[in-house]
Design a protein around this ligand. Sequence first.
Ligand SMILES: C[S@@+](CC[C@H](N)C(=O)[O-])C[C@H]1O[C@@H](n2cnc3c(N)ncnc32)[C@H](O)[C@@H]1O
Ligand SMILES: [Zn+2]
Length: 359
Amino acid sequence: MEVRKDVYESEVNEIVKKMWGSFAIAVWHWHDKPYFLSKKRYFVLKVQVKPGFERILAKLLREVRKFKNGAYDDIKIKIRHGHISTLHIWWARRPLASSRATSFAALIPAPESIEEWEKKRQFIVELSKWENSLDRQIIEKAREEILKANGGKAPKVLDCFAGGGSIPLEALRLGCEAHAIEYNPVAVLILKCTLEYPQKYGRPKKIKVKNELGLEEEKEINPLLEDVKKWGNWVLKEAKKEIGKFYPEDEDGSIPVGYIWARTIPCQNPSCDAQIPLMRQFWLAKKNNKKISLYPFVEGKKVKFKIVGDGYEEMPKGFDPSKGTVSRAIATCPVCGYTVDDKTTRKLFQEGKSGPRFH
Ligand SMILES: C[S@@+](CC[C@H](N)C(=O)[O-])C[C@H]1O[C@@H](n2cnc3c(N)ncnc32)[C@H](O)[C@@H]1O
Ligand SMILES: [Zn+2]
């Protein structure tokens, strides 16, 4: 696997020419469509597909797109254990299911009969399912079919706009020799961590360590994991040195990981004068299996907050976190219940009488 950066149009063409000897496909998904399927999006280079191959690709892609509950599963649940999106977010990343389906379909010849067509279609649907990503039998079958169709040699696959790496990753999974080009340094790093480093440094190896008795013994480690731990801790230590002062420990010793910020206005009830935090709602988490919110309470003339809900203090009866202290610029004071009308709220902002507050 080779990840390259800073490669421009002419160079791309050169690379493709050199690679053509064996057979290369270059795919850039545009709105989930490999761009060589859409004539309008003919972008940097001419992509050639072996005669006969384009038919199966175009047709199968259409079929796979129809298959709502299988092949496209990984679009719906983006963050999953083992998915590259958990390594680093890349906003343009294409679904692994369609990348696997199109890469495979581009590398096998068109079926010759309706029966064969149906069989291949079924196989691609199975192959593209997220839960089959590590199914040795299915992956091996796909690899064999690709090898058979390409004279027993692993085909070269080039993605010259590789971004988050879905296409080269799936090409690797299918046993191809994958090449990736990208000019965004963030994407290049993601590609290196996804495609290169696990292969280069991710194999377990035995090292000698001293046990508690001072005796030497063998231990199996994964060098990549060790390095990620080591340098992850280094980043944490350095970050703490630089920005730790902005996250002082709470009374109970816990360290906040974030703050919620709200504007405030002074209550207009002359006998109150509390600072009203302007918050549309108090939810922190609102999932079916997890409901957590901030709960405002009054101490003296001050509005304070605590966290309530699943895993914390029980949510008080009758408290609706969807109802905040402000709606359409009409603010309600949690201390005395006075409402500040929208015109006054805006005026207080214009006069610079609003302030910030952190929770
Ligand atoms: C739509 S994204 C590709 C997404 C990718 N298929 C994936 O699954 O993440 C297009 C990528 O092309 C890259 N790009 C655009 N022009 C390029 C060039 N001339 N050379 C290399 N990369 C380029 C962009 O930085 C971007 O990451
Ligand atoms: Zn008040």
